[in-house]
Ligand binder design. Structure first.
Ligand code: G1P
Length: 290
């Protein structure tokens, strides 16, 4: 019997340099897409997939993220006084129950693999999900839910993948594919940010992972890789070498790269157009610009 995926790690210590100056004093995870901060989309996606415990690996100047998970006492009291129950309900609806959210720190920016390793004691000995918050995934089924449903069959390690133009391989983790049924891919290796000439394929990892806990031992041993950082991709590659299955899933959800200015703008337009209350008016407004 496979252990269920109940825990998710959110590495949120990154500096957000690609979004400066917006991220000078504001964590990129708190930037809004239409009317919600990025972090909230990721939490809602994780909850929709049945995740019960939420672990954040934060860094300096990220306290706004912790505050977003707190009850805003004065704000709630004021809304109650004013009879704004619908806003109150909205503030509370997505909040995980007390004790189900925990924060740990990555004191030095040593890479994504190191950030995930910082959560090892919180995760313990069970499979877990990793969500990179600036990859905003929108669609039905929700991305992580689709992955967990697939994981029930595949087991092992599973990542969300997308095909990119070959010149972009040096921005992503890239799969060395053994078999591909059009949706699910099996890989015999995975390489972080290879040059296009040597990339084993053009099938790349986007920021959703289901990972076996044995990765922590490998992450502890890894030498710095691409960009002189401890790479999660290298940890995953070690697991493949140890004989664990590794699959990539072409997910139904659409990805917006919100760690990039153009992707961030695109997400606001995409989600603005489909927003349940603002959508129709936004569509008319946008038409006047084009
Ligand atoms: C990280 C991972 C990379 C993955 C990408 C997806 O890279 O290291 O393997 O393809 O996220 O967004 P980063 O964007 O942090 O450089």
């Amino acid at each position: 019997m496979r252990k269920p995926v109940r825990k998710a790690v959110f590495p949120v210590a990154g500096l957000g340099t690609r979004l400066l100056p917006a991220t000078k004093a504001m964590p990129k995870e708190m930037l809004t897409i239409v009317d919600k901060p990025l972090i909230q989309y990721a939490i809602e996606e994780a909850r929709a997939a049945g995740i019960e415990q939420f672990y954040f690996v934060t860094g300096r100047a990220k306290s706004a993220i912790e505050d977003h998970f707190d009850v805003a006492f004065e704000l709630e009291a004021t809304l109650r006084e004013r009879g704004r129950t619908e806003l109150l309900d909205e503030l509370r609806a997505w909040l995980p129950p007390p004790g189900d959210v925990a924060f740990t720190r990555q004191q030095r920016p040593l890479g994504l693999g190191h950030a995930v390793w910082c959560a090892r004691h919180l995760v313990g000995d069970e499979p877990f999900a990793v969500l990179l918050v600036d990859d905003l995934m929108v669609g039905d089924p929700p991305c992580l839910k689709e992955m967990i449903d697939t994981y029930r069959t595949t087991g092992g390690n599973l990542v969300a993948v997308v095909e990119v133009p070959r010149e972009q391989t040096r921005r992503y983790g890239v799969l060395d594919v053994v078999s591909d049924d059009g949706t699910l891919v099996e890989a015999r290796g995975v390489v972080e940010k290879p040059d296009p000439e040597v990339a084993p394929s053009t099938l790349t990892i986007i920021g959703r992972y289901i990972i076996q806990p044995e990765i922590f031992g490998h992450l502890a041993e890894l030498k710095p890789g691409s960009g002189n950082e401890i790479q999660l991709t290298d940890g995953l590659d070690s697991l493949i070498s140890q004989g664990q299955p590794f699959h990539g899933l072409r997910v139904a959800a659409r990805r917006y790269d919100c760690g990039d200015k153009l992707g961030y703008l695109e997400a606001n337009v995409g989600l603005g157009l489909t927003h349940p209350t603002l959508g129709p008016a936004f569509r008319r407004l946008l038409a006047t610009y084009i």
